[in-house]
Design a protein around this ligand. Structure first.
Ligand code: ADP
Length: 480
């Protein structure tokens, strides 16, 4: 098949979260299976500066209609591996910036224009290059206008650009909502500026367009596919998602085992596997040393790696300060994001600097060391479309403590509830239930044979992308 992926992030060229990992792994797996894969992303500074893009060919010039203006750009193409080409939709004014979506706390004011331009640039490139794709697969709000813009161009120009379109929701909390005047920049027919189109409470909602107009809609776990049809998790779009109930499917993300595998992980001081866990002890010692905690500590080390934002349950952690201050355990948090959380965590560290450590930054190597060196990994998310860290943790023999939401439900089994098959500990997304799970973690750690059995089961589980990629392949074939 000829498969086009359109995403705002693609590892290693631009990444702010799981989307970059998922898009890159899926595209790579499909290319390995022999499909012809074209990936489109904005020509961000980080992408253009990446060594893979050094010899990128400037293949097309773009002139994109935006309201009553025409904006120019170009398309640069390179091929990082067999069967895979990356297309960068470039316009310096829009994408040559230090970060993809905003400066610190605020989003860029021209994000609507940036991503309308991006989507139109993709459609125009497909037209110029005569691509005729089997499937055009758009990811998240930044690419959500694609199915609609593509069909509109086909209708107006009498061409075929794609057999089918697929839209994937990686996180419904980010929808791309802009003032109503934005609609004029899409040049779509006025009847789509309505409740049956992109209109949403007197505003324009990009993600709504993706959900309504793609041939198939997917999200990143079966549980999340159900949840986003409810007011509690739908972030206002639950009604819209319900209209696609028949066409929506939840396909779990996988783990890229080239990057996340304790037996081959170059970022660790020592490697290990289920059969020989001694390297894990070395990683633990190195982790404690690296963050300035006592290396010979015998109790459990609890790690956490995440964006510092409400979604990740930082409030539940902070509500359990007494637990971490009084119990015989260590807490190591790696995270960057909202200032208020960073300040609150710093204040917590100040109260017990010998027990709690914070690394307030983005640090790929440190994230691997925490996954490897921890005894437990805490992920008390309030919602979690799929989540990757709970899967990494299990591959690294680090028992996850997670809340019962989204993809966490589909990937972790509670060891107290299911003693013979448990791979982690689960709680409800509230402070009291999280505290209960933390107490159960201490009890589990004290029971060495039981703890080792949970570790072994977690490590034996296959979270590789093979299953996930096969799911998408089946979906594409069924749709055609
Ligand atoms: P989300 O996409 O909601 O942020 P995921 O669990 O799906 O959550 O993916 C997060 C990814 O970002 C993981 O690969 C995780 O290791 C990484 N990550 C998050 N925070 C940091 C950080 N401070 N340093 C390094 N990696 C991080």
């Amino acid at each position: 098949m000829k498969i086009v992926h359109v995403a705002s992030e693609l590892f290693p060229y631009a990444k702010t979260g799981g989307l970059a990992d998922a898009a890159a792994s899926l595209a790579g797996m499909l290319a390995n299976s022999g499909h012809e894969v074209l990936v489109f992303m904005p020509g961000y500074r980080t992408a253009l500066e990446h060594r893979d893009a050094a010899g990128a060919e400037r293949r097309f010039r773009l002139k994109i209609e935006m309201g009553n203006q025409f904006l120019s750009g170009d398309v640069r193409v390179f091929s990082p591996r067999k069967n895979l080409t990356v297309h960068l939709i470039c316009r310096e004014e829009f994408f040559d910036r230090s970060a993809p979506y905003g400066n610190g706390e605020r989003d860029y004011e021209d994000n609507a224009d940036r991503f309308i331009f991006f989507c139109k640039g993709v459609v125009e490139t497909l037209r110029l290059a005569d691509v005729e794709a089997d499937v055009v697969h758009a990811h998240d709000w930044q690419a959500a206008l694609l199915p609609l813009l593509l069909r509109e161009t086909e209708r107006r120009q009498g061409v075929t650009l794609a057999m089918k379109t697929v839209f994937t929701i990686h996180n419904i909390a980010f929808q791309g909502v802009f003032p109503r005047a934005t609609f004029a920049r899409t040049n779509l027919p006025e009847e789509l500026n309505s409740m049956d189109g992109l209109e949403y409470y007197e505003q324009v909602n990009f993600m709504k367009g993706g959900i309504l107009f793609a041939d198939r809609v997917t999200t990143v776990s079966p549980r999340y596919a159900q949840e986003i049809q409810t007011p509690e998790f739908g972030c206002g779009l639950d009604g819209v998602v319900q209209t696609r109930e028949e066409d929506i499917v939840g396909l779990l993300n996988g783990v890229d085992t080239n990057i996340w595998n304790p037996a081959s992980d170059e970022l660790l001081p020592m490697r290990y596997s289920a059969g020989n866990m001694s390297g894990k002890q070395a990683c633990r010692a190195e982790l404690l040393k690296r963050v300035g905690l006592e290396v010979n500590f015998g109790g459990p080390v609890i790690g956490m790696v995440c964006r510092l934002t409400e979604q990740k349950g930082i409030d539940l952690l902070l509500a359990n300060q007494e637990f971490f201050l009084t119990k015989d355990c260590r807490l190591i948090v790696l995270g960057s994001g909202e200032r208020r959380y960073e300040d609150a965590l710093r204040a917590l560290v100040a109260r017990a600097p010998k027990k709690i450590a914070l690394c307030a930054k983005l640090d790929e190597a440190m994230s691997h060391l925490i996954e490897a060196g921890g005894d437990f990994f805490a992920m008390p998310s309030l919602f979690e479309p799929c989540g990757l860290n709970q899967m990494y943790s299990q591959q690294y023999g680090t028992v996850p403590i997670v809340s019962r939401v989204g993809g966490l439900v589909d990937t972790v089994i509670d060891a107290d509830e299911f003693p013979a098959s448990g791979t982690g500990l689960m709680c409800e997304p509230n402070a009291a239930s999280f505290r209960d799970a933390l107490n159960r973690a201490l009890a589990l750690f004290a029971d060495k044979p039981r703890y080792a059995a949970v570790q072994q089961r977690a490590m034996a589980h296959d979270f590789s992308w093979k299953t996930a990629a096969a799911g998408y392949e089946t979906l594409y074939r069924e749709s055609l």
